[in-house]
Write a protein that binds this ligand. Structure first.
Ligand SMILES: Nc1ncnc2c1ncn2[C@@H]1O[C@H](COP(=O)(O)OP(=O)(O)O)[C@@H](O)[C@H]1O
Ligand code: SF4
Ligand SMILES: [Mg+2]
Length: 336
């Protein structure tokens, strides 16, 4: 059986934010529980998809795993070692194995460097290479990510979106990545190019044995590439299971809504929930959101169809992830 490459236990990442100039002068700050008690594991050569609306905490999970932002509490275990509290020096050997492909195509690549220099920098950051080795490694990288040789002399702004993304992937490989957090790697790309990027990541996984945390707000893309999927809402995982189950038998009302917004299932419940969604202003945090009881209640069609059962909003009975069989977990008092 494949070994577990990454295990995350009860991870929390809270940000503090002032509620406005005057309240900040009075020292009145709000806590944003961007990631609030999240646990999961990823096996070698496995892809876990992380899906949810903008602002639900996906990028924060990725950054916290890679120690680009310190965890508030919880444990991050990489290949058997608890890396949560390692110093930068102790984390150094892990930094090359754990890489992030950032969402913003343009911010990710230095606009003043030619592609050759970008790859060279990544290849030599941890290793000294001779000229001949460097040429061999660059050619090898180009082949791996299907990028033409003549692009090496280009600057990033001379490349298409798909090509920039390939350079980003090549750079992660150059450093020596084994585990990659791919943060919305297909956003801002045309549909046909999205499929190419997904296929490239899948091929690289097969040939190089990579593991991925694949982040997207688009459940269709996530299902294409992931072995298992976690659905996030306001800092918490509300449903998790094999990709096929999440796609075909979603049990949390929120996952169902994510699908219906794509598939356009026009049930009255969904329409009602979309109205609630608009009122509630999407999936991000604000200080009016319920952080006790079920966070999804204000938008939940089941909650309304059952005449607002107290258990859904009772602070002492927040729904937690329960296994409902076949390693399918749901955090809901009334799963579909
Ligand atoms: N550096 C930060 N300081 C304060 N709040 C932040 C910071 N980064 C993210 N957040 C907040 O944390 C929440 C989750 O953000 P993020 O992880 O970027 O969500 P997603 O990637 O799912 O869109 C949001 O409410 C966001 O505003
Ligand atoms: S616990 Fe209640 S409010 Fe929350 S998702 Fe389930 S039915 Fe909806
Ligand atoms: Mg994000």
């Amino acid at each position: 059986m494949a070994k577990t490459i990454l295990e995350v236990k009860n991870l929390k990442k809270y940000y503090t934010q002032s509620k406005g100039l005057f309240s900040s002068l009075r020292g009145n700050v709000g806590i944003i529980p961007a990631v609030d008690d999240v646990s999961f594991y990823i096996k070698e050569k496995e892809t876990m998809g992380l899906v949810g609306e903008t602002g639900c905490g996906k990028t924060t999970i990725g950054k916290t795993l890679l120690k680009l932002a310190p965890a508030t509490s919880g444990e991050i275990i990489y290949d058997g070692t608890d890396i949560t509290h390692l110093s930068s020096r102790e984390f150094y050997p892990y930094r090359k194995k754990m890489q992030m492909i950032f969402q913003d195509l343009d911010a990710a690549l230095n606009p003043k460097m030619r592609i050759r220099s970008i790859l060279k920098e990544a290849l030599t950051v941890h290793h000294k290479l001779s000229k001949a080795e460097l040429k061999y490694r660059i050619d090898d990288l180009l082949e791996k990510v299907n990028l033409k040789k003549n692009k090496l002399s280009n600057f990033p702004n001379e490349l298409s979106g798909g090509e920039k993304r390939r350079v980003g992937i090549a750079r992660a490989l150059a450093v020596g990545a084994q585990f990659i957090v791919a943060d919305e790697p297909t956003s801002a790309l045309d549909v046909s190019i999205q499929a190419q990027v997904v296929n490239l990541l899948k091929d690289l996984q097969k040939t190089l044995g990579l593991s991925y945390l694949f982040i997207s707000h688009d459940l269709r893309i996530v299902e294409l590439i992931s072995h298992k999927v976690a659905v996030m809402y306001l800092g918490q995982i509300v449903e998790m299971g094999m990709a096929g189950l999440i796609a075909n038998e979603p049990r949390h009302p929120y996952t169902d809504i994510l699908w219906s917004s794509l598939v356009d299932k026009k049930s009255s419940e969904v329409n009602r929930s979309n109205e609630e969604n608009k009122k509630a202003g999407g999936g991000g945090f604000d200080f009016e959101r319920p952080l006790e009881g079920c966070r999804f209640a204000p938008r939940c069609p089941v909650y309304y169809s059952k005449n607002k059962p107290d258990i859904c909003t009772d602070p002492s009975s927040s729904p937690t992830l329960r296994d409902i069989g076949d390693a399918h977990k749901v955090a809901c008092h009334f799963p579909l």
